[in-house]
Design a protein around this ligand. Structure first.
Ligand code: FBP
Ligand code: MG
Ligand code: MG
Length: 348
């Protein structure tokens, strides 16, 4: 039986007194307030005029939009009122030291799906919570260079038709929706289970010619549908907001790919390990799905730098495992008989 509200859920998570747990809960409460502020700003209908404008490039060379900066400011400010030692953001080159004594480190993508701001498509905020580690005077990035298996919790807000929070504190992946009538987040689902099998994939197919052979073969096989080696038809979706693609997969299954490709700067794909791939992988695994960099489990990768990119595949567990086999043992893929090794549909 789902707890009725986010508050009830957080209270039940608290259990016996424990510094880390109560820090996690206090931080999530601050995050929900900040996300509600962002949602209210978005709802004022001024996005096109005031927020879709661009500024300079961020630490990683991406063009920042005004809403990226606005969201970053709001979340950074919120974290000053939370038991957070360090704040690392997509929009800032270096982590910000907030309170040396505090037990947590937060990594955040304050505004995910920036290219969708002026098109009124869902966007979001992705976060992960880690134990603050290392000597207080040491490298402030050290806390963020822990593998994702060390996460204490992760989640994302999605600013869509509903303001939803998808959250895991290590025991299932739960969905809360802001009830404007009750003025609080209400639990919509106790814990999501991503079906292991799927007939739906998400990828930016415009990059087909830049992909490695394994990715092309996988997509070719899906596209051949009932006439190809998979023997079933596939549907395709690509929202270009990671939060929205992930939300759909949590609701009905599917597989998402943002592989590395041959474009300049895209050898490791587009998404960032610490504040995009890790939290999404954590949520997906907690919902019985899987997440890899095509071969290795995302949560086991030791980050080497805060803004590093990583190829990402996540979603329905059997499909994710199949994509790994296309990379590691393509000849052993049972269905890939010689008949099917012809040129793909998209190929010249
Ligand atoms: O425009 P592309 O290459 O399809 O990339 C879309 C991907 O880039 C992202 O927008 C990257 O995130 P940011 O908007 O936070 O930079 C993801 O949300 C999305 O999955
Ligand atoms: Mg993002
Ligand atoms: Mg972003």
């Amino acid at each position: 039986m789902p707890a009725a509200t986010l508050d009830a859920f957080l209270n039940s998570y608290l259990g016996p007194p424990d510094e880390l747990r109560s820090a996690v809960v206090a931080t999530i409460r601050q995050l929900t307030q900040a996300a509600t502020k962002i949602r209210n700003t978005i709802n004022q209908g001024v996005l096109g005029a005031a927020f879709a404008g661009t500024r300079s490039a961020n630490a990683d060379g991406d063009i920042q939009k005004d809403l990226d900066i606005f969201a970053d400011d709001i979340f950074l400010d919120a974290m000053r009122h939370a038991p957070v030692a360090l704040y690392a953001s997509e929009e800032l080159e270096l982590p910000v030291l907030l309170d040396r004594q505090a037990p947590l480190a937060i990594a955040i993508d304050p505004l995910d799906g920036s290219s969708n701001i002026d098109t009124n498509v869902s966007i979001g905020t992705i976060f992960s919570l880690l134990p603050a580690t290392g000597a207080p005077d040491g490298n402030p990035a050290a806390s963020f260079l822990q593998a994702g298996v060390n996460l204490l919790g992760a989640g994302f807000f999605i600013y869509g038709p509903q303001l939803a929070l998808v959250l895991s504190l290590g025991s299932g992946t739960h969905v809360f929706v802001l009830s404007t009538r009750l003025g609080t987040f209400v639990q919509a689902y106790e814990s999501r289970i991503i079906p292991a099998r799927t007939q739906e994939f998400a990828i930016n197919a415009a990059n087909y010619r830049h992909w490695d052979e394994a990715v092309r073969l996988y997509i070719d096989d899906c596209l051949e549908g009932t006439e190809g080696p998979r023997g079933k038809d596939f549907n395709m979706r690509w929202i270009a907001s990671l939060v929205a693609d992930c939300y759909r997969i949590l609701m009905r299954g599917g597989v998402f790919l943002y592989p590395g490709d041959q474009r300049k700067g895209y050898r490791q794909g587009r998404l960032r390990l610490v504040y995009e791939a890790n939290p999404i992988a954590y949520l997906v695994e907690q919902a019985a799905g899987a997440a890899t960099d095509t071969i290795t489990r995302i949560l086991e990768i030791e980050p080497e730098s805060l803004h590093q990119r990583v190829p990402v595949v996540f979603g329905s567990a059997r499909e994710v495992a199949r994509i790994t086999r296309y990379h590691t043992e393509p000849s052993a893929i049972g269905e890939r008989a010689p008949l099917f090794s012809r040129r793909g549909l998209f190929r010249a």
